[in-house]
Ligand binder design. Structure first.
Ligand code: ADP
Ligand code: CIR
Length: 349
């Protein structure tokens, strides 16, 4: 694996790189940080490897471990402010607003919304992120996660399916059906995200697959609530209930002003992405589609995840902001955005 000096040379040679790493890691900062190490043995090389090896990165930097957000703060804070478009890192305390929710089903007639999903990422504060983990760490982390998941009850009770031993066909089917992750992201690969694959990775889900947990994908944990149709309230409340139960059993990495810590600085804060798969052939065909979404702080993706294409006019529409607002505000921003998308699609039809 390339050492830090080689990575830095590659970054300097990448004159056309538009990444936030390239923009924010100045020579002075590089010199200030190059010999630093976290207590998890995380280094600057662990943080910047992906961005140096992939000059076409958008962000280009990950945190080596939860403490990396402190030790490498001189560069990470700049990237975080830049990515999330905030001047100050003063993310509020979590507030899910369960008692204030009144949004119900966003598409009661079921004409446009195919399915609804809300996810958050969480990290164990006692483990590093992928670049500093050993195979043994991954196995221990999986064990600790499972002990907590196995305490879930009622409609959250489920079964864990490790990737080790799962047939390729099952993995493919679960991925196509939008339930499972795979190892196909070259940015994450370069960051060490697939080291020791598939050890320690797996998926926990309820029999109806409405509550799922991704174990050791990009983040230590991704909690996911999803179902067919547009009942955002039911999906969100199920996720909040799961978070409430699991935070009693596990201690999650969190930092004042940054919220919950994730491997990629783009996911920090609430870590919440609430999305619908929605049929919008008319609106998506207009030249103003992107501007329409930007104005509402929502983002359109293809239906097989980030960087994929739309199929048949169906898009993944989600909240864009995750840092600097509460969970309740993020879900409301998504709701308002999706309602506006539905109204516009109907107007154009
Ligand atoms: P995330 O970072 O939120 O996990 P991705 O864009 O990588 O997002 O998507 C992960 C998976 O979740 C993909 O298979 C995607 O198709 C699926 N997904 C996202 N939103 C929805 C939704 N509203 N309904 C069904 N599947 C969804
Ligand atoms: C990049 O920098 O482009 C990759 N490391 C992926 C960043 C992922 N997050 C994002 O754009 N939301």
């Amino acid at each position: 694996m390339a050492d830090l000096a080689d990575l830095w040379a590659k970054l300097q040679a990448a004159k056309d790189s538009k990444s936030l790493l390239k923009k924010n890691l100045t020579e002075d900062l590089y010199n200030e940080l190059k010999d630093k190490k976290t207590s998890f043995n995380g280094t600057l090389a662990d943080c910047i490897r992906s961005g140096c090896e992939n000059p076409d990165s958008g962000v280009g930097i990950y945190a080596s471990d939860p403490e990396g957000y402190t030790v490498f703060a001189p560069v990470l804070d700049k990237v975080i402010k830049d990515y999330h478009k905030v001047d100050k890192l003063d993310h509020p305390e979590p507030s899910f607003g369960e008692d204030k929710i009144d949004f119900g089903n966003l598409d009661p007639s079921g004409e446009l919304i195919v399915s609804t999903r809300v996810r958050v990422g969480r990290s164990h504060d006692s483990f590093g992120f992928p670049p500093v983990l050993s195979k043994e760490d991954r196995v221990n982390m999986e064990k600790k996660t499972l002990e907590a998941l196995n305490t879930l009850e009622g409609d959250l009770k489920g079964t864990y399916y490790p990737l080790t031993g799962m047939s390729k066909e099952t993995q493919k089917q679960l991925t196509e059906d939008h339930f499972l992750f795979n190892d196909s992201d070259r940015f994450l690969r370069a960051a060490g995200g697939y080291n020791d694959w598939p050890t320690g990775r797996g998926i926990f889900h309820t029999p109806d697959k409405k509550f799922l947990v991704w174990v050791n994908e990009e983040d230590h944990l991704r909690f996911i609530s999803m179902q067919m149709g547009g009942d955002l309230q039911e999906v969100y409340l199920r996720l909040v209930k799961a978070i409430r139960q699991l935070e009693k059993k596990l201690s999650f990495a969190k930092r004042e002003g940054l919220g919950y810590l994730t491997f990629c600085p783009s996911n920090l804060g609430t870590t919440l992405r609430a999305s619908v798969h929605i049929k919008i052939p008319k609106l998506s065909a207009t030249p103003e589609f992107k501007a329409f979404c930007d104005k509402l702080n929502i983002q359109a993706r293809g239906i097989h995840g980030e960087h994929t294409e739309s199929v048949g006019g169906v898009y993944d529409i989600s909240n864009k902001r995750r840092l600097g607002l509460t969970e309740f505000e993020a879900i409301q921003e998504m709701r308002v955005g999706v309602e506006a998308v539905i109204a516009e699609e109907k107007r154009l039809s």
